[in-house]
Design a protein around this ligand. Structure first.
Ligand code: SF4
Ligand code: SF4
Length: 169
């Protein structure tokens, strides 16, 4: 996520890399755990890697509440749409259209979630129900919405299915 003038500040109206739509967690680089916890994020060991879960508790609407102190993984992540904009391959209007389309698809999927459920939790639930051969029509509908969302995300926001926002992006 970036709000810099050079990229038109498009992230300020997006938040897809923070709200659980793109990632289920963000890793915390070594040496940053203390400062990240001091900034109010709950770091835990997930598969042996210090991480915090998404949706990020420091996201308010589409904005990061600890932007100057955000972890390195957040600073480094630049989705394909932001990179396309940086490279002059698309203009800010096109970036805005892509964000609006992805946010709409995420919203349609959110309508299928259980009460209190997050997008990362729903992804896990739907994978499990598919594996168990569930015949639930509600799950089928949710999977349809998730499939549509994944297509949009795969086209413009991530190169491949990634679970975590990391410093490797
Ligand atoms: S998904 Fe891309 S455009 Fe959206 S906030 Fe993250 S880096 Fe910015
Ligand atoms: S710390 Fe800020 S930039 Fe990082 S995931 Fe949370 S809201 Fe997004």
């Amino acid at each position: 996520m970036s709000y810099s003038d050079s990229d038109g500040g498009i992230c300020a109206d997006c938040g897809l890399c923070c709200d659980g739509t793109l990632f289920s967690l963000s890793t915390v680089p070594s040496g940053e755990r203390q400062s990240v916890e001091a900034a109010g994020l709950a770091v835990e060991e997930i598969d042996g890697v210090p991480s915090f879960r998404q949706p990020c508790r420091q996201l308010c609407g589409t904005r990061c509440q600890i932007y100057p102190q955000r972890p390195r993984s957040c600073r480094k992540f630049r989705c394909p749409t932001l990179r396309n904009l940086d490279a002059g391959e698309i203009d800010a209007a096109e970036a805005g259209r892509r964000i609006a389309t992805a946010r709409e698809a995420a919203s349609r999927f959110r309508n299928e979630l259980l009460p209190g459920e997050t997008i990362p939790q729903a992804r896990v639930r739907l994978e499990q129900s598919a594996r168990s051969g569930s015949k639930s029509r509600a799950d089928d509908r949710a999977r349809l919405m998730l499939g549509a969302l994944e297509i949009v995300l795969g086209r413009n926001f991530r190169a491949a299915r990634q679970q975590a926002m990391t410093t490797d992006d």
